[in-house]
Ligand binder design. Sequence first.
Ligand SMILES: Nc1nc2c(ncn2[C@@H]2O[C@H](COP(=O)(O)OP(=O)(O)OP(=O)(O)O)[C@@H](O)[C@H]2O)c(=O)[nH]1
Length: 294
Amino acid sequence: MSKFGVIVTGPAGAGKTTFCTALIQHLRTVRRSCYYVNLDPAADDFAYEPDIDIKDLISLEDVMEELSLGPNGGLIYCFEHLLENMDFLTDPLDPVTDEYLIIFDMPGQIELYTHVPILPALVKQLMHGSLNIRMCATYLLEATFVVDRPKFFAGTLSAMSAMMMLEMPHLNILTKMDLIKGKVPRRELKRFLDPDVGLLDDDPDRALPEEAKAAGLDPTETTNVMSGASYHKLNKAVGRLIDDFSMVSFLQLDAQDEESVGAVLSYIDESIQYHEAQEPKEPVEEPLDDMEGY
Ligand SMILES: Nc1nc2c(ncn2[C@@H]2O[C@H](COP(=O)(O)OP(=O)(O)OP(=O)(O)O)[C@@H](O)[C@H]2O)c(=O)[nH]1
């Protein structure tokens, strides 16, 4: 029996829980079943009660207090504990049938997939362990980043990093589209959905290199004085990498708009089917193997 799932990732405040809620609402409307798994040990405000909640296994607050850890260290500890107690997930998920879409709501600390490979190890277990869930990942980024282009490219880079670490069907989504509606011309928006490095050249907010030029300095030189120009060069190099390889593109999401949620769901379904068409991989025996060296 196949199982189908989507993991919802992205930086803090990107709109992950709101998207999960909108997705559940939409699935109910179209009479599809879903199973909601909250893996954010700091989240406590849900419109729909999770079917599995990591807080029933471990509390981030307790970990931070008892082990004197900060929020990031505490979170990593919580996930290591989850990886050592996978039956907390596998037991209740085992009877979930192919009629359900399993939604995994993840924490916002992107270190979990960009620095330490905890999330990749977890995903491997879910996809290639006994549950064998056909999955796709979503990476959410706030649409309001488009008003700060270097920030947008930095966000795009983190999306790319998550894609490379997770190695699974992946969708990038610009959330909170309602907040920029009417503020960014459609033509320009297209350049963000399919990131175009030229955006950094005609950035209206890029004042520092011009100031540097006016001061008679060489904007291509890498010195502390020229930090603005140097950052711009770095941004351009990163932008070019993203642009040249056409590695990242974004779907649009307005969580309050049913049609927009439905459109994103069809991409999720398509990505999962794409995964299903791939050769099944060997089952994973050792969940912590990938953690060696960290
Ligand atoms: N206008 C607008 N606000 C949104 C949308 N989606 C989320 N928000 C708001 O953005 C804030 C953060 O949303 P969450 O869903 O909690 O974000 P999250 O990614 O789960 O946050 P963390 O759990 O902290 O990582 C909340 O105040 C939401 O109401 C949207 O589509 N439009």
